[in-house]
Design a protein around this ligand. Structure first.
Ligand code: ADP
Ligand code: MG
Length: 255
């Protein structure tokens, strides 16, 4: 693949938990502008891979590159700075905050930088905060959840929380967004809205790496699809190729 077009490169990545090899020499690339699917049976190591790529776990061996920069085992906020943001399979509880407030503690915040600027350039800090507020409002509107803005973040449904997670992640304006089962626990109506938003953001230039259990959801959105089995990349192909591959059928039925 043309180097310029690779936004994420995972090379020979390894991670064990005791005797369990959760990531077993995983190697793949994500091409800029794609919605790349990542599927595999329960326990295949999909979430572990996200944790390694985004800096939440430390790898045993291997390399992760974002836009050609080696980000292996950097801190999550440094990796976010390089344009890679991820969501969690189970969104963290946002206690004591409204939905709007929850959106503003997004990963784009740089408290250290703002703190210094507060003294040297207070006007730019004020402008930045207003911009963040406007962006948050716009995204809530785009997702048709602006009516929830003043609700306690703990009071909204699981599906709505997933949309808020995605909206928060978008505020960081990532180049590549890693979504861990965004449709899980989301009702069919919201699920369609979620798919629409992913498609729309992708058309505006965001690259996606999408873990999803719901085959219909992932196969209708993603191309290519990468199949993970026991920590290893089993194959990669178009949704059609993947769905008709004997090894994939075996891994799922045997898994
Ligand atoms: P998937 O997301 O594909 O369902 P995971 O990445 O969550 O799979 O898990 C892969 C394997 O790694 C599982 O056997 C899981 O129990 C194990 N695992 C994941 N995280 C940890 C951890 N922090 N400590 C120990 N084992 C873990
Ligand atoms: Mg998982």
């Amino acid at each position: 693949m043309d180097k310029e077009n690779v936004v994420l490169r995972v090379d020979d990545l390894v991670k064990s938990f005791g005797a369990l090899v959760a990531t077993d020499h995983a190697t793949f690339e994500v091409e800029r502008g794609t919605i790349t699917g990542l599927i595999g049976p329960n326990g295949a190591g999909k979430s572990t891979l996200f944790n390694l790529i985004s800096g939440f776990y430390e790898s045993d061996a291997g390399r992760v590159e974002v836009n050609g920069t080696d980000v292996t085992d950097m801190e999550p906020y440094d990796i976010a700075d390089h344009g890679l943001i991820r969501t969690f399979q189970t969104p963290r509880k946002l206690e004591g905050m409204t939905v709007r407030e929850a959106m503003l503690v997004g990963p784009r915040e740089q408290p250290g930088e703002s703190f210094i600027k507060l003294f040297t350039d207070p006007e730019s800090v004020r402008q930045r905060e207003q911009q963040n507020l406007d962006d948050a409002e716009q995204i809530l509107e785009d997702f048709e959840i602006d009516h929830l803005a003043t609700q306690p973040a703990t009071k909204i449904s699981g599906g709505q929380l997933k949309l808020v997670e995605l909206a928060r992640a978008m505020l960081a304006e990532p180049e590549i967004l890693l979504l861990d089962e965004p449709a899980a626990g989301v009702n069919p109506t919201l699920r369609n809205k979620l798919a629409e938003q992913i498609r729309r953001l992708n058309e505006q230039g965001t690259t996606f790496l999408l873990i999803e259990h719901d085959m219909e959801f992932v196969m209708s959105l993603a191309d290519p699809v990468i199949v993970l089995d026991r920590g290893h990349v089993l194959m990669e192909g178009t949704p059609d190729e993947v769905q008709n591959d004997e090894r994939v059928i075996d891994a799922y039925l045997g898994g």
